[in-house]
Design a protein around this ligand. Structure first.
Ligand code: IMP
Length: 204
């Protein structure tokens, strides 16, 4: 089996989180840049899973081996799942999250309680050396806050209220968030899947 995993992202913060969580696999974790890959990626999937696989496969075509990628976003039930796979592009890539967050809160004016249910979703795809793909998907459940709160985190964190904490995702610490976040849990689940796959390979 391979001794390294390439993670298809250009985001250094994401790489740090991935390296931390995957450390006990005992494998080298490279960014796509470190692996020398620079593919043109068109994320035109309809689901988080499709987009994660599109990214992982585009890098895998250039590197082979094991390549992982993630795709995530905010899903608001009352808005039929918006912004969903368009989370980064919602109202335009260059629009500030202050404006995007305000706009989403305004679209939920008059909506109360559980009808404000929403979640962050993260799907991780891993393309294996033989081209097969495995996925994990996890969520962080909450409600759209009545007002944005907190300056930790990024993106939509200030408007996802977590009832069990009595705080938004931007008000909890990064350590707390990594433990319960959609991405943290999906990465942990992928680590377990890969361990199983490696175990089956050594038994065979
Ligand atoms: P990507 O998976 O890196 O493409 O991220 C998609 C988008 O979803 C981000 O740009 C954010 O708008 C949103 N998003 C994903 N995860 C989070 C999170 O943990 N907090 C806040 N926003 C998030």
């Amino acid at each position: 089996m391979e001794h390294r995993i390439v993670f298809a992202t250009g985001n250094e913060g994401k790489m740090r989180e991935v390296r931390l969580i995957m450390a006990d696999l005992g494998m080298e974790i490279l960014s796509m840049k470190e692996a020398g890959a620079d593919p043109d990626i068109v994320e035109d999937g309809k689901t988080f899973g499709e987009n994660a696989e599109i990214k992982a496969r585009a890098v895998w075509e250039q590197t082979g081996g094991i390549v992982m990628a993630d795709d995530s976003g905010l899903v608001i039930d009352y808005l039929g799942g918006e912004p969903g796979v368009y989370s980064a592009r919602y109202m335009g890539e260059d629009t500030s999250y202050e404006i995007k967050n305000r706009a989403l809160i305004d679209r939920l004016a008059g909506v109360e309680g559980q009808d404000r249910s929403a979640r962050f979703v993260c799907n991780i795809a891993a393309v294996l050396p033989d081209g097969q793909v495995v996925h994990t998907e996890e969520t962080m459940e909450g409600l759209i806050a009545m007002e944005p709160a907190g300056d930790g985190g990024f993106g939509y964190d200030p408007i996802l209220y977590l009832p069990e904490y009595g705080k938004t995702s931007a008000e909890i610490t990064i350590e707390e968030k990594n433990k319960i976040s959609h991405r943290g849990k999906a990465l942990e689940a992928m680590k377990d899947r890969l361990k199983e796959i490696f175990r089956e390979e050594t038994v065979r």
